[in-house]
Ligand binder design. Structure first.
Ligand SMILES: O=C(O)[C@H](CS(=O)(=O)O)OP(=O)(O)O
Ligand SMILES: [Mg+2]
Length: 236
């Protein structure tokens, strides 16, 4: 693959359904989603609202409801990779509702391919874009009206990594580490936080899978997606 047309948009800037969308939320929705799959979750239903999450949970009592911010009645988990990594989610369905990440994914539900990403799945996401020869990709920068630097840095890294194998992640990770979100998580401004959350969100390629969201019976459902390893790919 020689090139890829890219645009980086905030959620409010999305005027039409993109063909391929990569929705980025480093801190913390899609780091949490990746950890949920690592802990055995079968799928994650991205809820439109807290009420919808609770209604889904009421209909499916075995599902696990997760929200950002402080915990609340009806929700078993909060949006923290540090808290989630010790929970066994084997075979479970998680219902996730957060301020930015889940909203961004739902905003592009009409796209033909929707990937949800953070640094923990960056290489797998870039590889999936490459193997599917995605020539025109919209990156949704979910935080701070499209200005969250942890999300923009990750989006720019994935975009570069998709076409340039030797891309160094260090500068992109540095920007994320110095972002407002990282500071707020470290300083206790945000709620439902574990002390390891920022470090976990900055673990490059912690997981080997990408995450694909598709509409299933009108629900937006996120699942892990294995992608061929570098040795299976033609050189880029
Ligand atoms: O949980 C998060 O980090 C944020 C919400 S807040 O900024 O902490 O209130 O949600 P996300 O959708 O994961 O950015
Ligand atoms: Mg965020």
């Amino acid at each position: 693959m020689t090139g890829m047309d890219t645009r980086f948009l905030g959620i409010a800037d999305l005027v039409e359904a993109p063909s391929v969308a990569v929705v980025v939320d480093v801190m913390r929705a899609f780091t949490v989603a990746a950890w949920a799959f690592a802990q055995g979750a079968e799928k994650i239903v991205l809820a439109e609202s807290l009420d919808e999450a609770l209604a889904l949970k009421a209909r499916h009592p075995d599902w696990v409801a997760l929200k950002d911010g402080p915990s609340a009645p009806g929700f078993e988990m909060v949006n923290s990779p540090g808290l989630l990594r010790s929970v066994d989610l084997g075979g479970r369905t998680v219902v996730q509702k957060t301020t930015a990440g889940t909203v961004g994914a739902l905003a592009v539900k009409e796209a033909s391919l929707v990937l949800c990403a953070g640094f923990v799945v960056a290489e797998a996401t870039a590889r999936l874009l490459r193997t599917r020869e995605c020539a025109d990709v919209t990156f949704v920068v979910t935080g701070e009206d499209g200005r969250a630097d942890e999300d923009l840095a990750c989006a720019q890294y994935i975009a570069r990594r998709a076409v340039e194998a030797g891309t160094d992640a260090a500068e992109f990770l540095r920007r994320a580490a110095e972002s407002r979100a990282a500071a707020e998580l470290a300083e206790g401004v945000r709620q439902g936080v574990h002390p390891d959350d920022v470090a976990l969100c900055l673990e490059l390629d912690r997981f080997p899978f990408a995450m694909v969201a598709t509409l299933e019976n009108s629900l937006m459902v996120l699942r892990p997606c294995a992608v061929p390893s570098l040795t299976d790919e033609a050189s880029i």
